[in-house]
Design a protein around this ligand. Structure first.
Ligand code: ROI
Length: 209
């Protein structure tokens, strides 16, 4: 069994619902247990002219091989209506393998750690909700350093009303936007390192206002 983190993104056809369906499908993969799901985050597309994205990260424990898992993720994307007409086009569902245990993978179809992880706040912050505070990537970089270099700017963390009491780890969202005090309580409770990053990012964004 290895711990694997999956980045999820959608900007078409009710993105939050797409992510919830994807989480359900991930929970049904063979030889795999769904270990957790981050809150959902909204942000503008990195490419102009596209609808806003909803992103989240899921943690899996799996004994599937990397390319087997990649095939399974692509099947889930296809089931949820993913069309591959345009490489960076809008999509119903994008599932990326971000980290796969402590493996470095460099195959034509799969690069792990994900090659753009350091540039994407919408990947790093949800990942930090699930990963140990001292997580080191297989290439030696510390998650904490990546967070510090990639401020929490332009991201909206959607409220997570409660966790599934049955313990499936499914996050639910809805209702008004999260209050920043609640955000800090959540972060302080579980993740001191993440709290530091939120504070640092907040200071950065106040300074640049
Ligand atoms: N922008 C955001 N905010 N989230 C994404 O998942 C995302 N995915 C993409 C591009 C178009 C680069 N922009 C994105 O593929």
């Amino acid at each position: 069994m290895e711990r694997i983190y999956i980045g999820m993104g959608s900007n078409l056809a009710d993105p939050a619902e797409q992510l919830r369906s994807a989480v359900e499908a991930l929970g049904q993969l063979p030889q795999t247990t769904l270990a957790g799901v981050s809150a959902f985050y909204q942000s503008d597309s990195l490419l102009p002219g596209q609808p806003r994205y909803t992103n989240a990260v899921a943690a899996l424990d799996s004994s599937l091989a990397p390319l087997q898992l990649l095939d399974a993720l692509q099947a889930i994307e296809n089931d949820q209506g993913r069309e591959r007409a345009e490489r960076w086009g809008p999509r119903t569902l994008d599932l990326d393998i971000l980290l796969f245990g402590d493996r470095l993978i460099d195959e034509p179809r799969l690069k792990v750690p994900h090659y753009q992880i350091q540039e994407r706040a919408f990947v790093l912050y949800p990942l930090a909700e699930l990963a140990p505070a001292d997580l080191r990537l297989a290439d030696g970089r510390c998650l904490k350093d990546l967070l510090l270099a990639c401020p929490f700017v332009g991201l909206e963390r959607l409220p997570q009303i409660d966790k599934d009491p049955c313990g499936s780890g499914l996050a639910r969202d809805g209702g008004p936007s999260v209050n920043i005090d609640v955000e800090f309580e959540v972060a302080i409770a579980g993740k001191p390192a993440l709290t530091m990053v939120y504070v640092a990012s907040l200071i950065c964004s106040i300074k640049t206002c």
